[in-house]
Design a protein around this ligand. Structure first.
Ligand code: PBG
Ligand code: ZN
Length: 337
């Protein structure tokens, strides 16, 4: 009886026992291939005019529209957590057909950048460059003959980027997805003595339903139509290669895929193909889904947050724009102490 059992066991002859390296946490951490660090994160902020304003965004628990004074406090916290960068979105005083405040040297973002660079000089300030928060109709460009006009919009977007640079921004991030915008921005920056100011382009940005909560936060819901004439079709993958390649040719320093979670395959293809510094935007809808399920007690919000961010990095992202940045930074800090 006993000998028979022994025989069966030795016949198993397992040469590879993967479980050997999973036995304890020190072993697991020694062989872990991907790890998140606080240096991976970029934290988005929504800046509104006024004073002492801290208005919750209902579809994004924990996210607020902040006036510049409040945002300075927020930035100090972000900085002390070790998060290297923020990306700014502005909600202007006035919207109009031409998005005038987008490229006004005293616009909301231009003022915010000056204040942040003065108060927290070590924090990297990236500005989102687009017109949709500034147009009365909510589109990313200006409308001509009922259509979003590419070249005229690109001109204004380049001017907007220049005013951000003049205010002291450390990097500009065009999110419009119009053709030729990276070249236009690179040219205007170079001509005005900003040859070293990097561009992070939203290179493969999909026409996604995951942007819903952001449009509440940024007050940028299109008043008619949608963004499918310039953002990418969710079914396309090869086209993402061509979009990214074009932005690199035009002078992008960092390329971005957006959204992140439903497009992990795109992040991986882009990283393998171009070996460029690659960012991924873990967008508002991705954040809202996890927050909502966690609030209901349906899943462990903290663990799902960390697993999600890790998956984005594992897919090939070097940088992650995420509303979870502060929470994840705190998690990493507490875990290591
Ligand atoms: C605007 C812009 C959008 C986001 C970043 N910049 C929304 C859009 O294209 O409608 C989305 C970010 C998010 O959902 O978190 N150009
Ligand atoms: Zn836009």
């Amino acid at each position: 009886m006993n000998t028979k059992k022994m025989k069966i066991r030795s016949n198993l002859n397992i040469t590879r026992r993967f479980r050997r390296l999973r036995v304890t946490e020190p072993l697991r951490s020694m062989v872990r291939e991907t790890e998140l660090t606080v240096n991976d994160f970029i934290y988005p902020l929504f800046i509104v005019p006024g004073n002492k304003i801290r208005k919750p965004v209902s579809s994004m628990p924990g996210v607020f529209q902040l006036s510049i004074d409040e945002a300075i406090r927020e930035c100090s916290e972000v900085y002390s957590l070790g998060i290297p960068a923020v990306i700014l979105f502005g909600i202007p005083e006035h919207k109009d057909e031409k998005a005038s405040e987008a490229y006004d040297e005293n616009g909301i973002i231009q003022r915010a950048v000056r204040a942040f660079k003065k108060e927290i000089p070590g924090l990297l300030i990236i500005t989102d460059v687009c017109l949709c928060e500034y147009t009365s109709h909510g589109h990313c460009g200006i409308i001509k003959d009922g259509e979003i006009a590419n070249d005229e919009s690109v001109e204004l977007i380049a001017r907007e980027a220049l005013t951000h640079a003049e205010a002291g921004a450390d990097m500009v991030a065009p999110s419009d997805m119009f053709d030729g915008r990276v070249r236009a921005i690179r040219t205007i920056l170079d001509e005005n003595d900003y040859p070293n100011l990097p561009i992070m382009s939203y290179a493969a940005k999909y026409a996604s339903a995951y942007y819903g909560p952001f449009r509440e936060a940024a007050e940028s819901v299109p008043q008619f139509g949608d963004r499918r004439s310039h953002q990418m079709d969710p079914g396309n993958s090869n086209e993402a290669i061509r979009e990214v390649e074009q932005d690199i040719i035009e002078g992008a320093d960092i390329i971005m895929v957006k959204p992140a979670l439903p497009y992990l395959d795109i992040i991986r293809r882009i990283k393998d193909r171009f070996e460029m510094p690659t960012a991924a935007y873990n967008v508002s809808g991705e954040y809202a889904m996890i927050k909502a399920a966690a609030e209901k007690g349906w899943l462990d919000g903290e663990r799902v947050m960390m697993e999600t961010l890790l998956s984005i990095k594992r897919a090939g992202a070097d940088l992650i724009l995420t509303y979870f940045a502060k929470d994840a930074a705190k998690y990493l800090r507490d875990e290591s102490s």
